[in-house]
Ligand binder design. Structure first.
Ligand SMILES: Nc1ncnc2c1ncn2[C@@H]1O[C@H](COP(=O)(O)OP(=O)(O)OP(=O)(O)O)[C@@H](O)[C@H]1O
Ligand SMILES: [Mg+2]
Length: 237
């Protein structure tokens, strides 16, 4: 589903992603983990075609580059920074993104209602975003990334600043989407949550330092949770 070869991104003298190779099969929950500044968002922005690599190649669905027009409808992206309009209502925000993706009329309204039900915001659909709590805005962001029913969903810290109950719900929704056949790439600083991923990658200074099933990585570091394995691996020189 996603193939990354020799990918490098430099910002001036800083190498944010350093000659990275990665293959992500279809249908997985894939956790991308790493400390602040390790290059997670930079990598996701290259996968979504928002920024260009300095070197290297990204291939999606076996044939397309991220900037291809074919990709736009197939990828949903929930950015780390809020990208919604505070003065518009929940429905208006989600509809806006739906239209960008080429949806309109009945199909858009039907999909909007399904998505609002999924993120449990049906009763808030006429509320303007500036009146919502932070956690509710995160749910709207998830909905905007899902409106066009993309087979690949990229979530950049969807659970940042979200209470523990809603955090679990986010992962339940992710599980539900994976059951429906959606492939998910997700980043989080709540490392223990990522134990629910099928595979994880630990990134440090733009390089992959560990990769595998959460349980196997935990065994590798003789850790009884993924967070301990993460701390041990990122402290290794
Ligand atoms: N547009 C940019 N211009 C210059 N430097 C940038 C730019 N975007 C990212 N960087 C730098 O690249 C490095 C990686 O940043 P990135 O945002 O990818 O990290 P991250 O792993 O997502 O961190 P966090 O966990 O804090 O979100 C950082 O040193 C950052 O300052
Ligand atoms: Mg980031």
């Amino acid at each position: 589903m996603l193939k990354i070869e020799g990918l490098t991104k430099r910002f001036g003298k800083l190498t944010a992603i350093d000659n990275l190779n990665l293959n992500i099969p279809e249908g997985l929950k894939f956790g991308l983990l790493g400390p602040n500044g390790s290059g997670k968002t930079t990598l996701l922005r290259m996968i979504t075609g928002l920024i260009e690599p300095t070197h290297g190649k990204i291939t999606l669905f076996g044939k397309w580059t991220p900037t291809s027009r074919m990709i736009r409808r197939r990828v949903g992206y929930m950015p780390q920074q809020t990208a919604v309009y505070p003065g518009l209502t929940v429905s208006e925000n989600i509809r806006f993104f739906g239209r960008i993706y080429g949806l309109s009329g009945r199909p858009l309204e039907d999909r909007l209602n399904d998505i609002l039900e999924l993120v449990e915001l049906g009763d808030k659909k006429k509320e303007v975003l500036s009146n919502l709590s932070g956690g509710m805005v995160r749910r709207v962001l998830l909905a905007t990334a899902l409106i066009h029913n993309p087979p690949l969903l990229i979530l950049d810290e969807p659970t940042a600043g979200v209470d523990p109950v809603l955090r679990l719900k986010f992962w339940d929704w992710v599980d539900l989407l994976v059951k429906q056949g959606v492939s998910i790439i997700i980043t989080t600083h709540h490392i223990s949550e990522a134990e629910r991923s099928d595979q994880v990658v630990f990134l440090r200074e733009g390089k992959i330092i560990q990769q595998g099933k959460p349980f196997d990585i935990m065994k590798r570091f003789q850790a009884n949770n993924l967070e301990a394995a993460f701390v041990r691996s990122t402290n290794l020189k």
